[in-house]
Design a binder for this molecule. Sequence first.
Ligand code: GLN
Length: 167
Amino acid sequence: LVIPGGESTTMDKLVRAFGLQAPLRERIAAGMPVYGSCAGMIMLADRIADARPDQQTLGGFDITVRRNAFGRQVDSFEEDLHIRELGGQPVRAVFLRAPWVEEAGDAVHVLARVEHGPAAGRIVAARQGDLLVTSFHPEVTGDHRVHQLFVDIVRQHTATHDQRERS
Ligand code: GLN
């Protein structure tokens, strides 16, 4: 499953209105690979800071995510990030009223942190098992490496799963 950017409060409302919260939580708990970017990252977070009072998430990722952490829409920005898992060239990260990861549990593997400015050091990409999150929007730059990483996670997951079913 890919949960894209958008508006997490609206996603949460619709997920609940269409009765999808419980089945999605079950699938995530059962190990389904999910990639969440921006609002999608908020949907996967176990805890939100600066949530709407009634806002819920699907959860599964042991992180606290701060909504609109970098400021308002006008504070949206771009930065080159060096992500070891994605090879040599830096990734151009586009942040659109983005969240950041404020706290991460022990099972969380940090992939990228902001490198410059007042938010330097904040976690903006992470992996936990077959769950992947980014604060930024890799779909707007034409660089497919983040999506490729998710495809690799899905392939690996499917291969392991199929093998288990055969034996
Ligand atoms: N600010 C949005 C939210 O809280 C996320 C923005 C985005 O996905 N680009 O859900």
